[in-house]
Structure formats: structure tokens, C-alpha cells
Ligand binder design. Structure first.
Ligand code: SME
Length: 317
């Protein structure tokens, strides 16, 4: 087992997130890299002690490489926000990754560089050796388990996704049949997340029969997206290359988040109840083999948290 210290804003929510991630063995909240010895929560709360609210994460590097854990950490923070996460403000809510093993710094740095490449502004996240760590008193350990309705700066869905991915791995096991895997994946996502429509479109031979009525035109090599296993209202069965959100995600080979489907040029409305959408490509041998399409009957349901975790979810398939 190994340990890493992650400061991701208020430690109540941060701990609740990390504990759900497969490969995390134990968590403990406390205060890292400050000045006065053995600080109390109340002292740290004054924001004069130099400490950051931090989660000590014990993990199994064989199942959860440190790089992956650090990527998971970045999913739960605003990396450009200095001393502020959600509505929590102060140096105690600064973000940082603090390592106790100097050998870890290179893999952490690799992820920092990856994330930095996504932004023009410098990251506001510290990457430092651990100077000190003091455990917070018992009231703060497992806070959101003890207080399920307690305050949290993170959205609820971020706690559900790690469980969802873990449940899916266990549910599918080593079942070799792709349709069986996709069918149960659609059912599990629907059951756990309650989205309006969850399903797959798979790249297959275009229907060239006279009068066939797909949306858009096939790819140059004669393929189109064909409706696969899904949960929700009936849907359009064929989507062309570059058509709608699904065909665009296929063509571009990347996840597309659509906060308002009416504002997406060429969106294909299978149901007028669908208001926002996310489409995540499924890759096989480096090629897009299909897409996961999720629709919501509310606007702006999906963001980078959904994109990050749904990309992990489709990798299980
Ligand atoms: N809206 C999708 C079509 C599929 S349905 O949402 C189920 C699109 O524009 O590609």
C-alpha cells in the first residue's frame, strides 16, 4: 500500500469522493503543510495557521496507479481557482498534492503537465513534498457518512460515478459477449443515475436499401451508427457520419457535452423531452466502434465530471 496527501478544498466532500474510488483502501482527513504543531479545526478555520484541509489517501498502486488517482483528484477541483473551491474561501481550502515518497513526484508532475496543457493560465495547485500532517478530530472523519445531508461543495454525482464504474466492472466480469455487456451497462447507468435516455449506437454497415431513412450520410467507407442496447423511450435507429451529436462524436473521436440540444447545430431530436446530452465514443483497436449517448430531460445536466467518469466507464466495456 502507498499513501498520498490530497488537498481538494473542504475535506468533508473530498474524503467522500476518494473513498469511493476503486483501489483506495483507506482515507483520513487532517491538516497538511502548515506551521503550528497539532492544530485544532477551529485554529485552522481562522486561516492563520498555514494549513490546507487535506485527505490522506491510502491506495493500492497495483490496482490504482498514482497517475490515475491524481487525474481523479483533478476531476474534483477547479485547478485554476486560488484558495477557493466552490463557495469555500481561504488558504485552508487551497488545492495541492503532497507526497511523502520523493519517488512519486515524477508521476504526479506528469499529470500536472497534462492538465496544464489544457489551460492558458497557470494551475493554482501546489505540488510539494509533505511537510507535516495532523489528523483532524473524530467529528470530521467520514463526515458525510455520519451526516448524509451535511454541507458539501461537490455535486452529488461525483460520489456516484466511482461506484458506478466499480459496480459495472463487477457486474460484467469476464462476460465476452459485447451486446450482453452493453445491455447491462445501459441498465446499470439508467438505474443508478436515473437519466432520461441511456444507450449505445454502434458503427455498422450503412443501410443502402431503397427508402432507408437514416439521418445524414454514411462514412466514406460505407458505415453509419446503428441503434444498440438502450434504456428509455424508442429512438432513431441510424445516424450518419458527422450527423447530430452522436455522428459528430464518432467523426471527431471525442466526447461531446451539449448543455442545450437546441443550440447544437444538427442535433437529432429523437424525443422532444430531451434537453441536454453527452456522447462518449467507444474505442476498439484505436477506432471508434460506437458511442454511449445519454440524454437528460433537464438543461445543462452534463459537464466535465460526467465526461471524465463516463470515459472511464466506456473503457470497462
Ligand atoms: N440526439 C442524438 C440522437 C440520438 S437520441 O438522443 C437517443 C444526436 O443528435 O445524435
Amino acid at each position: 500500500m502507498k499513501e498520498i496527501y490530497l488537498a481538494g478544498g473542504c475535506f468533508w466532500g473530498a474524503e467522500h469522493y476518494f473513498r469511493n474510488i476503486d483501489g483506495v483502501v483507506d482515507t483520513e482527513v487532517g491538516f497538511a503543510n502548515g506551521d503550528t504543531p497539532s492544530p485544532t479545526y477551529e485554529q485552522v478555520y481562522t486561516d492563520t495557521t498555514g494549513y490546507a484541509e487535506t485527505v490522506r489517501v491510502i491506495y493500492n498502486p497495483d490496482t490504482l496507479p498514482l497517475e490515475e488517482l491524481v487525474r481523479d483528484f483533478f476531476c474534483a477541483i477547479d485547478p485554476l481557482s486560488l484558495n477557493k473551491q466552490g463557495e469555500d474561501e481561504g488558504t485552508r481550502y487551497r488545492t495541492g498534492v503532497y507526497y511523502s515518497d520523493p519517488a512519486d513526484s515524477a508521476s504526479i508532475r506528469k499529470v500536472f503537465d497534462e492538465v496544464q496543457a489544457l489551460y492558458a493560465e497557470p494551475l493554482a495547485v501546489e505540488l510539494l513534498p509533505l511537510k507535516n500532517f495532523f489528523t483532524a478530530d473524530g467529528r470530521h472523519q467520514d463526515y458525510l457518512i455520519k451526516n448524509p445531508d451535511g454541507y458539501c461543495h461537490l455535486p452529488l454525482k461525483i460520489f456516484r460515478y466511482p461506484r458506478l464504474v466499480s459496480d459495472l466492472k463487477h457486474l460484467l466480469g469476464d462476460e465476452p459477449d459485447f451486446v450482453a455487456r452493453l445491455s447491462n451497462a445501459a441498465a446499470l447507468v439508467k438505474e443508478k443515475m436515473g437519466f432520461f435516455w441511456t444507450g449505445f449506437y454502434l458503427v455498422g454497415p450503412a443501410n443502402v436499401a431503397p427508402g432507408s431513412h437514416g439521418h445524414g450520410t454514411p462514412s466514406p467507407d460505407g458505415k453509419e451508427l446503428i441503434l444498440g442496447p438502450f434504456q428509455g423511450p424508442f429512438a432513431c435507429m441510424r445516424i450518419g457520419y458527422g450527423s447530430g451529436v452522436c455522428g459528430t462524436a464518432w467523426k471527431e473521436g471525442k466526447t461531446i457535452v451539449v448543455p442545450d440540444v437546441d443550440a447544437f447545430p444538427g442535433h437529432i431530436a429523437c424525443s422532444s423531452a430531451s434537453k441536454s446530452e453527452i456522447v462518449v465514443p467507444l474505442f476498439k483497436d484505436g477506432q471508434v466502434a460506437g458511442v454511449l449517448d445519454i440524454d437528460s430531460d433537464e438543461l445543462s445536466t452534463f459537464d466535465q465530471i460526467d465526461a471524465f467518469w463516463l470515459e472511464k466507464l466506456v473503457a470497462v466495456l
